[in-house]
Write a protein that binds this ligand. Sequence first.
Ligand SMILES: Cc1cc2nc3c(=O)[nH]c(=O)nc-3n(C[C@H](O)[C@H](O)[C@H](O)COP(=O)(O)OP(=O)(O)OC[C@H]3O[C@@H](n4cnc5c(N)ncnc54)[C@H](O)[C@@H]3O)c2cc1C
Length: 331
Amino acid sequence: MYSLLSHNTFGIDVSAERFQEYASVEELKTLIAQGALTTPFLHIGGGSNLLFAKDYDGLVLHSRIEGIEVMEEDDRSVSVRVGAGVVWDDFVGYCVEHGWYGTENLSLIPGEVGASAVQNIGAYGVEVKDLIISVETVNIHGEERVYAVEECGYAYRDSIFKRPENKSVFVTYVCFRLSKEEHYTLDYGTIRQELEKYPALTLPVLRKVIIDIRESKLPDPKVMGNAGSFFMNPIVPREKLEALQQEFPRIPFYELNDGRVKIPAGWMIDQCGWKGKSLGPAAVHDKQALVLVNRGGAKGSDIIALSDAVRASVREKFGIDIHPEVNLVNG
Ligand SMILES: Cc1cc2nc3c(=O)[nH]c(=O)nc-3n(C[C@H](O)[C@H](O)[C@H](O)COP(=O)(O)OP(=O)(O)OC[C@H]3O[C@@H](n4cnc5c(N)ncnc54)[C@H](O)[C@@H]3O)c2cc1C
């Protein structure tokens, strides 16, 4: 058995039957040809969006494909090909150092580049899908395929790579296009307010501001196990919002382009009185109700019990079903 304790930011003490890493596409294809990829299998990245319900009775795979390679460049933009095993925030730091605009609002999101394209990570008004050109993959039969961004089915924290039928498609490289022209996304959260502390706006300053905001709000997984936002913000028809506004006139919401609205799940969880509350060793974070934390020694089942209780409260009070963003692994 192989311990997965250091491979999941929730800090759940589970093991996998086998653990296999590879450092290149060739190595992955050789493993496949040798029949080393036995079922069931699960491909992980940094484990920052996973919740293991129990030991994983199978093979856990992990990419160590590194490298950031410039593919094309002109005065206005640069295209880069990045290995799936590169730590996401190292890539953001690299972009900022090189004066490439686009990733800075996604600073400090845990995990690796491969998963960023699976999850369509997003924060502070930016989603990674808007920076991706294509996603390179190898499937369980050793076949390579490049998906153009339009083929990836991107939506809010979603892509075709999350579909059960694509669990045997492994991301090996992601190609991004970054801009060399100065532009920023600032109209989200307290970014503008925080920027007032600095004499001028630059890419490194914005990265620092994002990091500072995140560190003040989100628990550090090294200190308290968590997987970031546990739930997705539900998207509902406008009529549903209007009905809720009768009872909750101050309900926050974001307008979407298609006429529907997104309601912050954290606000609803807070209204249900869950912020800072514990259920055994699992708790709702006291600063951000969207985050569930492991107070120490929690099992996957403890986190699931808390998640179920929170979801039931929100359903009862608001008539809305909230769904986990975190990938539950039942093994
Ligand atoms: C403190 C904290 C804050 C966070 N904040 C944010 C945030 O602001 N915005 C946001 O979007 N997310 C956030 N997250 C969630 C998480 O960082 C992202 O979902 C991240 O992309 C997960 O990356 P990972 O490498 O850890 O992937 P994992 O959690 O290991 O895997 C996630 C999914 O991707 C699949 N996968 C991973 N690598 C590959 C691969 N190479 N090929 C095929 N499939 C693969 C896995 O099977 C799984 O389904 C946060 C998490 C934490 C702990």
